[in-house]
Design a protein around this ligand. Structure first.
Ligand code: NAP
Length: 484
């Protein structure tokens, strides 16, 4: 299978914060890979913008180095890299001052697609939007891209939305959640809405429960101070896991267009019940012989911020009433693995008798590693000696099923940046969606603070604190093992 490259119009893309960590590790390597794939039209240009003083040549050298470091195998093709870097320009600019703005206004070509990527702290979103407007840089066809975190609660998210709305229409604002750009996440929609097989079973009558796990092996390391102000609920649940929950639970949209899809996701968030305290388990990783504990990493021996959380959520609508959704995410767990597991109910009548055991169908959607899907089905164990049942996986690892190109499919940032150029908002969060997600998350975070809850310690390399297992055990269920 050969992946198709869909042409896009020529563009001028300005990356505010072009010298920062995100730009160097993700944005420029992603753009470079699109260039290699032939998707960057001739005449397009990427302009880095930050306060540090660089000329275009120095900036190209800086980005060249970043691409060699973070760009994977493609980055080692020297002549291609040079060709790409020739499309880069730089402007020294102050988002909060006057410096650099007229230069930028002179650089951006109005007859092309104009996109402005705000890869800077959220406190600069307002000043940037204001100045883009004041310098006539943004018109009705311009787009802005903003990064998470989009607020730290409902109030701040509303403030950010209001600031951006002063200068841009909602159709011009692209709020990135890179999870939505992952191949499997989109495949989730293809599987649900492109097949007749699953949809009739996709409800509380047939689904016992759903588990969503995003497990990491890394700790918070050098960014402990920053992380300690947010924690796993704000950093992961409010955005990434919530987005996965929406895609798995939403009603079929009438069309695959941005607002039809996002309307359905919003309905899911609005139907979420408040989470009761005993359905929340939080944890902090312990120290090992050689590695610091979460509290050491955070630089606060009394920190109450969680590096792990498990939650039980309920969606009050016709489709899902009575089916729990269990979400968990954490740092320094036993494997780096993200998956959604749809666990179906038992067959209504056990014709093979109790001794055949309990067998359930499970659909597993793997986000990483080995993106793909597995359907656990029950068959007869081969051989004589009566009817013994055994569960086997119907496995579809995309790289195996679709050929090696599938493994080289564009990564999330590649896809999402090209969607911005294309003007397709389907995989970006709408303002009301973000606010609804905070409206649900705020009472969870506030309740924890008011109760002075202390996270439970857990050992590095495990599945989190024991209480997370009890959360499911109380309901007669168990988590799937976290493994790569
Ligand atoms: P960073 O490494 O601190 O980079 C910040 C960038 O902003 C630098 O290029 C900096 O360059 C520029 N900048 C700072 N103040 C400025 C001003 N007044 N005017 C113009 N430019 C200014 O931060 P980052 O990690 O790249 O993160 C950028 C954004 O993405 C943040 O909102 C972050 O939360 C979000 N994010 C980051 C990651 C990640 O993996 N890094 C992941 C998800 C989301 P100068 O100092 O030269 O001006």
């Amino acid at each position: 299978m050969v992946s198709r490259v869909i042409p896009v119009d020529s563009f001028d893309l300005v990356i505010f914060g072009g010298t920062g960590d995100l730009a160097r590790r993700k944005i420029f390597p992603a753009l470079y890979r699109r260039f290699i794939s032939g998707q960057m039209p001739e005449g397009s240009r990427i302009i880095g913008a930050a306060r540090s003083d660089h000329n275009a040549l120095e900036f190209r050298a800086l980005i060249g180095q970043a691409i060699r470091e973070f760009g994977g195998a493609a980055a080692q093709i020297d002549n291609k890299l040079k060709e790409f870097l020739d499309n880069l320009d730089y402007v020294t600019i102050d988002a909060k001052g006057t410096n650099g703005w007229s230069e930028l206004a002179g650089m951006v070509r109005k007859d092309l697609v104009n996109a402005f990527y705000f890869s800077v702290a959220p406190s600069l979103f307002g000043p940037l939007a204001e100045r883009l407007h004041a310098h006539n840089l943004a018109d009705q066809t311009s787009r802005i891209v903003v990064e998470k975190p989009f607020g730290r609660d409902l109030k701040s998210a509303k403030e950010l939305n209001a600031i951006l709305a002063l200068h841009f229409d909602e159709e011009q604002i692209y709020r990135i959640d890179h999870y939505l750009g992952k191949e499997t996440v989109q495949n989730l929609m293809a599987v649900r809405f492109g097949n007749i097989l699953f949809e009739p079973l996709w409800n509380s009558q047939y689904v016992d429960h759903i588990q969503i796990t995003v497990a990491e092996t890394v700790g918070v390391g050098g960014r402990g101070g920053y992380y300690d102000k947010s924690g796993a609920i704000r950093d992961m649940i409010q955005n990434h896991l919530m987005q996965l929950l929406c895609l798995i639970a939403m009603e079929p949209p009438s069309r695959f267009d941005p607002n039809s899809v996002r309307d359905e996701k919003l309905k899911v968030i609005r139907a979420l019940e408040p989470v009761v305290p005993h359905h929340i388990v939080r944890g902090q990783y312990d120290a090992t012989q050689t590695e610091p504990s979460y509290r050491d990493d955070a630089g606060d021996p009394k920190s109450r911020t969680e590096s792990f959380v498990a939650l039980k959520c309920e969606i009050s609508n016709w489709r899902w009433a009575g089916t729990p959704f269990y979400l968990r995410t954490g740092k320094k767990l036993k494997a780096r693995a993200s998956e959604i597991a749809v666990v179906f109910k038992d067959a209504p009548h056990a014709i093979f008798g109790q001794e055949a055991g309990r067998h359930r169908n499970i659909l597993i959607i793997r986000l990483q590693p080995n993106e793909g899907m597995t359907l656990g089905v029950t068959i007869k164990e081969p051989g004589p000696g009566g009817m013994r049942l055994v569960d086997v996986p119907l496995d579809m690892t995309f790289a195996d099923a679709l050929g090696p190109e599938a493994a080289e499919a564009p990564d999330a940032y590649e896809r999402l940046i090209m969607d911005v150029v294309r003007g397709d908002q389907t995989l970006f969060m709408r303002g009301d969606e973000v606010e609804a997600a905070w409206k649900w998350t705020d009472p969870i975070v506030q309740g924890i603070a008011e109760r002075h809850d202390v996270p439970k310690p857990y050992k590095v390399g495990t599945s989190g604190p024991d209480d997370a297992n009890l959360l499911l055990k109380r309901d007669g269920r168990e988590w799937r093992e976290i493994r790569e």
